[in-house]
Design a protein around this ligand. Structure first.
Ligand SMILES: Cc1ncc(COP(=O)(O)O)c(C=O)c1O
Length: 396
C-alpha cells in the first residue's frame, strides 16, 4: 500500500486489502483471509477466479506464441470470430483489448455508415460506455465528463427505455443508436418490453446503425449468450469485453457483414487486439460455458438470488426494488449503498455499489448454491442492521 501511495496514480478508490490468490468464487488477501466474491473482477471473471480450462489454455499458448501482430493470420483469432458470430447474429469481428476500445470501434463504424453527412449518435442517459474520449462522450452521465470538456461532438442523450424520446431526437445528421440492453453501471436497468424492438424499427426506418453495448451483459451472464437474445431483436453492431476471455484483457466488436465491410485495411487497428493468448482464453471460456451448461446455470443463479432477496425485501424496508436478469443483479436501496459494501467487506463478502444506491452483484456462473446461500445470509444481516440504524419510508 505504501508503494501505491508513492508510485501509483490515485485515480481509484481502493479498499485497504491486497488480494493475492483466487479460486472460483473465493479470493484470499495477503493476511490469509478468505472472501466470498459476489463481484469477481467487476464482471470480467465470469467463470470465477482462475477457471481451469482458461488457465490451461493460457499456459499452453504462452509457451507457443505470446504475441504476433495483425499482419499475420493466427488460428485462435479466426476460431474465436467464428464462435462469436455463430452465437450471435452472424457478423464479422474486430478484436481489441477493452470495452472502451470496442465502443470506439463501434463509433467509427457508425461514422463510416453515416458518411458523408451524418455523424450523430443517440445514446442513453445513465449509460456507461468507457473512459476514452469517444466512449466517454457516448456515456450519458455528466459526472464522468466533468473536467474533460470539450467532448467529442455528435452525441445526444435521451432517457433509457423511451422509444419516443429516441424518435424525437433523430435528425438528418443521425447515423446510429447506441444502447446497453441492460444498463450495468447505470444500476442494472433492464430494457422494458418492446423497447429494443422499437429501436430496431426506428433504426430500419431511418437507416441508422443499431449498436448494442454488451460489454457487461454479454457472454452468457444473463442466461443467453447475449442479453439482446431475451428480446429477440438483433443489432447491426455489438460490443463485447469484460467476460469475453474469462478474466484476461480482451474486447471485440461484431458487425453485420455489410457494415463490417466498410472498415478497410489501414482504417482501424489495435496492436494487442486478438492476440493468441486472449483468443485462446476466450475460446476456453466459451467451451467452459457450453460444457458446463452455464447458460442454464445463469438462469438458476438468478432465481436463487431472487428467492433470497425477495425474502429479505419482505422484512427489510431499506430495499426499494430488485432488478435481476440471470447473474446480473441490482438491489436498489432507499439510501446510500456504500456503507453496505463496507460492512459486507468486514464480513468477508465482496459486493459493489453503483449509482450510490444500487448494490450490484455480478457473481460467477460457477458459484455454488451453498455459496449463494452463505453470501445472501451475510447480505441480509447487513441490510437488516443498516435498516435498523436508518429511518426509511414506511411504504416500500
Ligand atoms: C456497458 C459497458 N461498456 C463499456 C465499458 C468500458 O469497458 P472498459 O472498462 O473495459 O473500457 C463498460 C465498463 O464497465 C461497460 O459496463
Amino acid at each position: 500500500m505504501e508503494l501505491f501511495n508513492g508510485y501509483v496514480i490515485g485515480n481509484y478508490k481502493r479498499f485497504p486489502v491486497c488480494l493475492v490468490r483466487g479460486e472460483g468464487s473465493y479470493v484470499w488477501d495477503a493476511e490469509g483471509n478468505r472472501y466470498l466474491d459476489f463481484f469477481p473482477g467487476w464482471g470480467c471473471n465470469l467463470l470465477g477466479h482462475c477457471p481451469r480450462r482458461v488457465v490451461e489454455a493460457v499456459r499452453e499458448q504462452v509457451g507457443e506464441l505470446i504475441h504476433v501482430p495483425n499482419t499475420w493470420y493466427m488460428e485462435a483469432q479466426g476460431l474465436l470470430a467464428q464462435a462469436l458470430s455463430e452465437r450471435s447474429f452472424g457478423g464479422q469481428c474486430f478484436f481489441c483489448n477493452s470495452g472502451a476500445e470496442a465502443v470506439e470501434a463501434a463509433i467509427k463504424l457508425a461514422r463510416l455508415h453515416g458518411r458523408p453527412h451524418r455523424y450523430k449518435i443517440i445514446a442513453m442517459l445513465h449509460s456507461f460506455h468507457g473512459r476514452t474520449f469517444g466512449a466517454l462522450s457516448a456515456t450519458g452521465q455528466p459526472k464522468y465528463h466533468q473536467g474533460f470538456e470539450p467532448l467529442l461532438p455528435g452525441f445526444r442523450h435521451v432517457p433509457f427505455g423511451d422509444v419516443q424520446a429516441v424518435a424525437d431526437a433523430i435528425d438528418e445528421e443521425t447515423c446510429a443508436i447506441l444502447v446497453e440492453p441492460i444498463q450495468g453501471e447505470g444500476g442494472i436497468r433492464i430494457a422494458p418490453a418492446g423497447y429494443l424492438a422499437g429501436l430496431r424499427e426506428l433504426a430500419d426506418r431511418h437507416d441508422l446503425l443499431l449498436i448494442f453495448d454488451e460489454v457487461q451483459s454479454g457472454m452468457g451472464r444473463t442466461g443467453r449468450w447475449f442479453a439482446y437474445q431475451h428480446w429477440d431483436v438483433a443489432p447491426d453492431v455489438m460490443t463485447l469485453a469484460k467476460a469475453l476471455a474469462g478474466g484476461l484483457a480482451a474486447g471485440a466488436v461484431i458487425a453485420r457483414q455489410e457494415v463490417a465491410a466498410k472498415l478497410q485495411p489501414g482504417m482501424h487497428a489495435a496492436t494487442f487486439g486478438g492476440n493468441p493468448i486472449a483468443c485462446r482464453a476466450a475460446l476456453a471460456t466459451i467451451q467452459t460455458i457450453e460444457e458446463e451448461g452455464l447458460l442454464e446455470r445463469a438462469v438458476a443463479i438468478g432465481a436463487r438470488f431472487r428467492q433470497h432477496l425477495e425474502a429479505v425485501q419482505r422484512s427489510c424496508p431499506l430495499i426499494r426494488e430488485l432488478r435481476i436478469c440471470g447473474a446480473m443483479i441490482g438491489i436498489e436501496l432507499h439510501g446510500d449503498g456504500t456503507p453496505i459494501v463496507q460492512r459486507c467487506l468486514e464480513r468477508r463478502l465482496l459486493v459493489n455499489c453503483t449509482q450510490q444506491t444500487v448494490i450490484r452483484l455480478l457473481p460467477a456462473l460457477t458459484i455454488t448454491d451453498e455459496q449463494i446461500d452463505a453470501g445472501c445470509q451475510i447480505l441480509a444481516a447487513v441490510l437488516h442492521e443498516a435498516a435498523a440504524q436508518t429511518s426509511v419510508p414506511s411504504t416500500h
